[in-house]
Ligand binder design. Sequence first.
Ligand SMILES: [Zn+2]
Length: 271
Amino acid sequence: MFHSSAASILCAFLAAASGAPPFVVALDPGHGGSNRGAPTAKPEQYEKHLTLEIARLVQRRLQGEPGLKIVLCRSDDVLVPIRARARCANQAGARLFLSIHANAASAEQGPGSQRGFEIFVLPAEDVDQEVARAALLADDDAQAAWAAHRARTTAADSLAAARRIRWRLSDALGSDRDRGIKQAWATLDILQGLDMPAVLVEVGFLDHAEEGPFLLSEQGKKTVAAALAGAITDLRSRELRGQRDPMTTAPPGQRRGPAAAPASNVSGARP
Ligand SMILES: [Zn+2]
């Protein structure tokens, strides 16, 4: 068992009492196969290896947690196209998509000059595109309005999830490693076309003289994995306590219409 705290017992009780389907989390270990990602100081060790190891550790930590199911959208050293990763999460009925990456400083920043973790969610203009995409796929105006509502609340839920992950990583790695939540810096193709809240986390800089070796160490990988697993259980228990809008997290086929939608509570979410 991952832990036996009172919160976990409460979660197990609530999950059993609600008869709710499992809270499915799609983990996306960045890169894979010929797409190796950032190099590390170790020969033949790349970002793609680290992201897969962290994802496996998160999965192992959460194995046996009641009401929780972890799906890996890449479970081997293979190239998985971006759209296939989105399909994996959508088909699994995931309630959270978490893409795991590690950084390297750009040439302008200067190799080795940066450290810390940072978290990305879709920029506002991309959310607008998702809203337009959802509306286009709808059969009529009412469905289009509902689809647009869902796309916006999903974006708000992504931010709430990002805050929780940030809080856990900051607690585990130190607040001085916190580079914040960002929305506009990267082109976040990987976070598009998803039906659920989606977050990308860069766990640290592989080219930093201290941080790189730490991330590759057993302790480093375990520390990051424990923080991500903790954030997932936090989000799961928050949902079970009804602190999130169930409309945006209900699995496909169990969503209710907009008339029954309660106000989203994500703005009140604390890290
Ligand atoms: Zn990456």
